[in-house]
Design a protein around this ligand. Structure first.
Ligand code: NDP
Length: 430
């Protein structure tokens, strides 16, 4: 059992005390804790084998957001991110919601979609009929191309067809697009599906009489959705300047604004992705894939909109909800050999892909809450600039103890910028 009291006042501890607290609280093994002493370095050999023309490794700060209660389980959530405030904002939202049940989640069956895009089909309606009749043969051919996923209990199980008619005005030709639905189990499944899609191309071409343009996974993972919900009494939202009801109502208004105005929606969703990307990166997952799918999902109505919904519950509580496609993996890609990814999974108790989805979507909802609560009350700059002052101090050349001294002076100065940081540092060093 995790002993979360070791994690209290975490941010006030030194780095080594934080690592020790994670070990004491039972979320990190002694052995893994040692990996932090060399900053989770990726070995030169591994790095060289991961990409082409490799020169060095590029590092990001790796930390944990605390206080998360997700489906009645406590988590210290790993985050890899360069932006100040994100870890603090996630932790503070999680702390606020924890006494009220934290976050509850639901996930759909993890089904990924692959596509074969067909062109030059002599008779599309006829081709649709032939392909539909051959569904079992197509599925068999796909599964034969990756039998190990079938042995594990997954694999392809359904096809569907999308006929896109020629649009003379837009200058686009006719396409017939075959979708293959695949259960990739604990993997994100890009390589599994790409193998299957390329393997079925000859069969699908023969059956349709058309030509395949490509066969590949779709990152629009509409069959792999994760939802988080949370609720909190308005009394818990009061600040010195605002009543709880006012804060609740302003958060609900902010949510509406992000539904109707795409300029606001993009920034609103960027705030959600601050948390999601940080965990996706820390856990060794493909954040471009997640981002592409999430933003497409935000546009599913035809207009780009907020991904979260904040409303006033029947009893007056503030109620939040976030649903996104989350085709992440608990295995595959670099997860098994990247030292940061391995520790991130360990910190979370080596969760299944399904549980990892629940954790990530909850972090997104928490992150969004913190951002909009700050925006509709104090504004985000007060908290942000306090942390930003440390980055400015470092940019100005401050080292060691100088960083905190310069950053504290910057917090009190009227113009918090690089020039001021340099002036403070120079006068301090004289
Ligand atoms: P992998 O190619 O690493 O495949 C995952 C492997 O994990 C499977 O082949 C399987 O091995 C093994 N495995 C072990 N246990 C399980 C289990 N319980 N469930 C499922 N698989 C298991 O990874 P993915 O196919 O997930 O592809 C992800 C990678 O593809 C990412 O690195 C991504 O960046 C990249 N990619 C992304 C694209 C995109 O998003 N459009 C396109 C191309 C690549 P076994 O064979 O033994 O069953």
């Amino acid at each position: 059992d995790k002993e979360t009291h070791y994690l209290s006042k975490f941010y006030q501890k030194s780095k080594s005390e934080r690592i020790e607290a994670l070990v004491k609280s039972g979320v990190l093994s002694e052995e893994s804790a040692k990996a932090f002493t060399d900053d989770l370095q990726l070995s030169a050999e591994i790095a060289d084998s991961m990409i082409e023309n490799q020169l060095a490794t590029y590092q990001l700060p790796f930390g944990v957001a605390l206080n998360f209660l997700i489906d009645d389980e406590a988590y210290a959530v790993p985050m890899a991110i360069e932006e100040p405030s994100v870890v603090a904002a996630a932790s503070s939202a999680a702390k606020l919601f924890a006494p009220y049940g934290g976050f509850k989640t639901a996930t759909t069956t993890r089904t990924m979609i692959g596509q074969v895009i067909l062109t030059d089909i002599p008779d599309c309606l006829q081709a649709i009929k032939v392909l539909e009749d051959a569904e079992a043969t197509i599925i068999q051919a796909a599964n034969d191309a990756h039998p190990s996923i079938v042995r594990r209990g997954g694999g392809a199980d359904v096809i569907s067809l999308n006929h896109i008619k020629e649009d003379i005005a837009a200058g686009t030709p006719e396409f017939l697009i075959l979708h293959l639905y695949v259960k990739t189990l604990e993997a994100m499944g890009a390589n599994i599906i790409n193998t299957m899609m390329e393997a079925i191309i000859p069969l699908v071409e023969e059956l349709s009489g058309g030509k395949a343009l490509m066969g590949i996974l779709s990152n629009y993972a509409t069959e792999c959705l994760a939802t988080a919900t949370c609720r909190i009494p308005s009394t818990a939202l009061a600040t010195n300047d605002w009543s709880g009801e006012e804060v609740r109502d302003r958060i609900v208004l902010a949510s509406h604004a992000a539904v109707v105005d795409p300029y606001r929606a993009v920034t609103h969703n960027k705030g959600i992705m601050n948390g999601i990307d940080a965990v996706v990166i820390a856990t060794g997952n493909d954040w471009r894939a997640i981002s592409a799918g999430v933003h497409a999902y935000a546009s599913r109505s035809g207009q780009y909109r907020s991904l979260t919904n904040w409303s006033k519950g029947e009893n007056g509580d503030l109620v939040g909800e976030l649903t996104i496609p989350l085709p992440i993996g608990a295995v595959g890609g670099s997860i098994s050999f990247h030292p940061g990814a391995k520790i991130a999974h360990e910190l979370l108790g080596n969760p299944s892909a399904d549980t990892l989805e629940s954790i990530i979507v909850s972090v997104g909802l928490a992150q969004n809450f913190s951002a909009i609560r700050a925006l509709v009350t104090d504004g985000i700059q007060r908290g942000h600039m306090a942390l930003h002052s440390r980055s400015l101090a470092i940019s100005a050349g401050a080292q060691g103890d100088e960083i905190m001294i310069v950053s504290e002076k910057l917090n009190q100065s009227k113009n918090m910028n690089l020039a001021t940081a340099k002036e403070i540092l120079e006068s301090f060093r004289q």
